[in-house]
Every structure is written in C-alpha cells, then in structure tokens.
Design a protein around this ligand. Structure first.
Ligand code: SF4
Length: 258
C-alpha cells in the first residue's frame, strides 16, 4: 500500500469551498445541487449514437464508440439509457479506468460527469496531473442499477459483466496504446488485468504489464464519497492524492524520455 504523506497547501490541501470534497459528500443535498448539471439538461444533450457492426475492427475511438452503442454482449444494455464510451485525447499517455457509468453518466452519455467525476477532477488538479494527458473510461460501459421508486440505485457489476465488457476495454487500449493504465477500484482492476485482485494488494505501486505499458491501482473516488467520519475522509483524501501524484511523476518522466 502506498505511503500516505502529509501534503502541503495548495496542491495537497483538503479542498475547501465550492466544489470541495465536503460539498461533494453532500451532493444529494440542497447545498451542492447548484453545482450539478440538471438531469433534464443531461437527457437533452444525450445524442443517440449510430449503431455500427461490432465485429469489424474499429480504426478510431469514435468508430469504437459507435460500435459500443450496439453491444449486447451482456444484459446491461437492456435497462440503461445509452452506452457510455471512454473520452479524452486519442494520444493520451494515461488511461484512467473507473467502474461503470453512474446515473448522471448514463443520462449524459459521458464518463465521470457525476459526483465521483467531480471529485476525481479536483484530485487530479491537486495532484498535478494534467487532465489533457488522460483518457477516462469505465470497465463496464452500461449503467447497472436497481430501481427504487423514482431513484436508480447503483449496483456493482459482476465478474461476468466485467469480463464481457473487456472486449471494449481491450479495444480502447489497442487504439490508445497508453503508457500508464490506472485502475480506480476493484472492478477496474479486473477489467484491466482480467483477474480479480484486492485494491489493497496492488495499490500505489507502478507495475509492468506484458504489453509494455505500466499499471497503477488506487481506490475509486466513490469510496471517498461514502465515508462518514471526518478523520477517515481526510486520511482517504491524502492517500488518494499520494497515489495520483505518482501519475504526475510518471507523466513528467515519460515526457523527458520522449
Ligand atoms: S456493459 Fe459492456 S458488454 Fe455489457 S452490453 Fe454494455 S457495452 Fe456490452
């Protein structure tokens, strides 16, 4: 497990003010609602993607996203609004993998636009990771949920769903050829490595992969949002930043080498 260092302001500080972690923790409450995009706007912005034969080899990430829109490899497409493909610069050197789209991602068709994504953006900025060097995607590309009244409660994808969706993750990797793959949480680790490993076993270490890329595991930002105790939140935040700073160091080293 990565050592947790005490980080100094501004970059390592626990975020305060608007958009802060504390606000994000209360994202369902009235105090933070102003920072969120209205769901009705997200639905209006969602465009149905053209469906393309998934068996032909996509030559671009855009073509791949169109293929993903027609995927029926597991049952998750049946109840989701739409597929949520990866997003970012096609020459990104870092691939960040999350778990699955959440409610807001499902409505917008874009990854990491909900509370976890907002927290990730803040953490990347504090850790000094240039967002434009990162391509973000999910291990599973349709929203898995359980209806509860008017709400849709997140449900964790199972191993079969993660393995079925590796088809798309592998193609994203083949097209991007990232130098560093960062798995955010256990689902992402399984998607990236094809086997289950505890986050605590791999966390914070840069590892070599067979294809020449390197690999870093850390927690999913949603795990920070679930914490209740203030001291746990601060410790988790510092640990998350410590992991993300390894991405910043990797990017600097990679730029020097190229
Ligand atoms: S979750 Fe992945 S494998 Fe399952 S239908 Fe959606 S794109 Fe296909």
């Amino acid at each position: 497990m990565a050592s947790v260092s005490r980080l100094s302001r501004p970059n390592g500080a626990f975020p305060h003010g608007r958009g802060a972690y504390i606000d994000l923790l209360g994202i369902a409450g009235a105090r933070s609602m102003e920072a969120q995009v209205k769901k009705s706007e997200l639905v209006l912005r969602a465009k149905p993607a053209p469906v393309v034969d998934p068996l032909t080899e996509a030559e671009s990430l855009t073509a791949l996203a169109a293929q993903e829109a027609g995927c029926t490899r597991c049952a998750l497409y049946k109840n989701a609004t739409q597929v949520v493909p990866g997003e970012g610069p096609p020459k990104a050197r870092v691939l960040l993998i999350g778990e699955q789209p959440g409610d807001m991602e499902d409505l917008s068709g874009r990854p990491f636009v909900g509370p976890s994504g907002k927290l990730l953006d803040i953490a990347l900025e504090r850790a000094g990771v240039p967002r434009d060097k990162c391509f973000v995607t999910n291990a599973v590309k349709h929203f898995k949920f359980e209806p509860r009244g008017k709400r849709r409660l997140h449900r964790k994808p199972d191993a079969g769903e993660i393995d079925a969706c590796r088809w798309w993750l592998d193609r994203e990797r083949a097209l991007l050829r990232p130098g560093l793959i960062v798995a955010l949480g256990a689902t992402a680790i399984r998607g990236a490595l094809g086997r289950s490993e505890a986050v605590s076993r791999l966390r914070g270490e840069i590892l070599d992969l067979d294809d020449g890329a390197q690999f870093l595991a850390t927690v999913h930002p949603s795990s920070l949002l679930r914490l209740k105790d203030e001291s746990d939140k601060r410790q988790a935040w510092r640990g998350f930043l410590a992991d993300l700073r390894k991405i910043a160091s990797w990017i600097e080293k990679d730029a020097r080498a190229s």
